[in-house]
Unconditional design. Structure first.
Length: 209
């Protein structure tokens, strides 16, 4: 049942970050939540949770394309920002809970998710409320039906490259947790660094609007 809290909160945060009207996407949010809940249940029942950061972003991408009608590269941006934020909140909670014991951190991250899911969902909604209140976020994300504004190719290419590379690194996170323990910090730092580039170029793209 925890998935019914996490996935709507991730969709809401994704939309709010790019200042898209939530009321226009209630049905897509419900449809996307249904898909992602079943994906999570299958990953657990088939005991392939080690593929979670590969398969879940892929289906999240499909939901954004099919239900929300967001352009492909812009969907990549939405996934990169929201998933990395969600992982950061979850990993921070786990690290504090085990008092920064690395081996315990890996064990908890591999086997526990209920409290962590509620924690992530609560922080997603809190951040979304703060961003709505203060009118933070980017406006260059739009549905495929919207008219695209002209942009500087160099900024966009760097933005898209950073986002695509970040998604690739993000897909390695779960594998590093389950199999490549010694590589976890390296991959996590790479993901956060690339997220910083995405936010930087997103800000520059926003200024061009």
């Amino acid at each position: 049942m925890i998935h019914f809290l996490v996935w709507p909160s991730l969709y809401i945060l994704s939309l709010v970050i790019f200042r898209m009207r939530l009321r226009s996407y209630l049905i897509p949010i419900a449809a996307g939540t249904f898909v992602m809940v079943n994906v999570g249940a299958l990953l657990q029942s088939w005991k392939i949770v080690y593929l979670i950061t590969i398969i879940q972003p892929l289906f999240f991408l499909l939901c954004l394309l099919l239900f929300f009608k967001v352009r492909f590269l812009q969907s990549i941006l939405m996934i990169g920002i929201t998933f990395v934020y969600g992982l950061f909140i979850e990993f921070s909670y786990n690290a504090i809970m085990v008092q920064f014991d690395y081996n315990e951190f890996l064990t908890v991250t591999q086997n526990e998710y209920v409290v962590q899911g509620a924690w992530v969902a609560a922080f997603n909604i809190l951040l979304a409320c703060i961003m709505v209140k203060f009118r933070w976020g980017f406006t260059f994300i739009s549905s495929r039906s919207a008219i695209q504004k002209p942009k500087t190719a160099e900024v966009l290419s760097k933005l898209h490259f950073s986002a695509m590379t970040g998604i690739i690194c993000l897909s390695l996170v779960s594998l590093s947790i389950f199999f490549w323990n010694e590589m976890f910090f390296v991959i996590a730092i790479a993901v956060v660094t690339l997220l910083a580039f995405v936010l930087h170029y997103s800000y520059k793209s926003e200024l061009m609007d």
